[in-house]
Design a protein around this ligand. Sequence first.
Ligand code: GLU
Length: 511
Amino acid sequence: MADNEIFAAPANMTPAFFDENNAKRDLPEGACVTRFAPSPTGYMHVGNLRTALYTYLTARHSDGVFILRIEDTDQGRKVEGATDVIFKTLTETGLTWDEGPDKPGKVGPYVQSERMGIFKAWAEKLVAEGKAYYCFCTEERLEKMREDQIASGMAVGTYDRHCRNLSKEEIEENLKNGVPYVIRQKMPLEGKTGFDDLIYGHIEVDNRELEDQVLLKSDGMPTYNFANVIDDHLMGITHVLRGNEYLSSTPKYNLLYEAFGWTPPTYIHCPPVMKDAHQKLSKRNGDASYQDLVAKGYLSEAVLNYLLLLGWSPEGEKEIFSLQEMIEQWDPARISRSPAIFDPLKLRHINFEYIKALSPEAFLAKAKPVIGEATLAKIRDLPLLCKNLQPRTEVLGEIPEQITFIDALPEYDTELFCNKKMKTDPATAKEALAILRPILETVEPWTPDAIFAACAEKAAQLEKKNGWLLYPLGIALAGTRSTPGGGTDLAVILGREETLARIDKALEMLA
Ligand code: GLU
């Protein structure tokens, strides 16, 4: 049978599922068809998101096609809601797919559990061609085999190819009697299988080391490795990007391509994302998930930009890239071969750059939900507060701790009024605040400029520096030296009434 011929599809399947011609696309020369193939087993690990990004960029840079395929065949590991997290994360980060569960194309369905009928037919095709065989070995026999292997010091678990050469009659008899079977691939008994990975170079294994791998399980379900290859081929994937944990399985994948007479894709295996020199980032570590980072106040653009640089280096020194710039600059050959260490400080730095670059309105829109309702109710001028916060905020989630003084004036020590440069101390502060109080009671309008002008005029009259008056104001209003903004801005943020009350409190303490 020719490879591109549609062959016997199970009754409930549309023959289009099996038609390899569906995967032929009219694309410009050099266009890459890639897929991101997550398993819905939990939240979106930053390592997964990085793979998605690199996969997306490889397609977009080449004017190719980016496919989202959900690999949910391992129903035992499936986590409720995980597919939604994948959709949401990719959508939020702008990694839009051309075809996927919600965007049907010619090579769908795009959820692996909906493709189940496909695999049996392809496995049977290999059996018919003598490249795979029915294996009727029972669990008991396999267990005995393992025990014997242990006893004789052989490689444990490797299938001994017992059913590889059953006679035609034996096979027919077993099938007729309904003996359960798996389908195994006949691996070559000699020679080597090699492939060229774009990142890791040439990799080669001795075929003798490869087990006759199971393609189809006794319940008719494909093994993960088999489904992955069939789907990649039927979807016309030209470039496979994934974590390097799949590197050692790739020769087996290639032997399948070979058995079918298909051209294997280009492989681009990415090194893992590490927590430090020894440990991989783990899902248990909250920091490793995209959702957690966003909840902590990292901007999704910043996370994406950080992940771009986590294991990939652009030409030149530029660090901040819009998605469009990433697409233009992308070259998968520049993915690094060494493991990437997740660097929270670098992420902060990049996030800070993105926060600084927001428009004041955009910053306010992002900061507002982070500030509690109770605090918001006390803020008289939110845009002014945000103007002060924006250049001081590296991570949005850290805003509340910068403004706790708005909620309630903290207990503070009058020693805070000491400032050498401004020539202030508790005694001068008492004097300054007494002078300021009537000015602040009457100054109009209640704006930073008007308050500053009135204070500066008074300082000039007194032949003092502005800071002699304004430094104590800041301390009286916030009860701390680290404030987002100087005394005049704080006054407007707190409102006139609260300002006067806090000055009175300070005067009481200083009395
Ligand atoms: N479903 C696999 C995973 O989530 C992807 C494997 C692949 O990309 O080939 O790890």
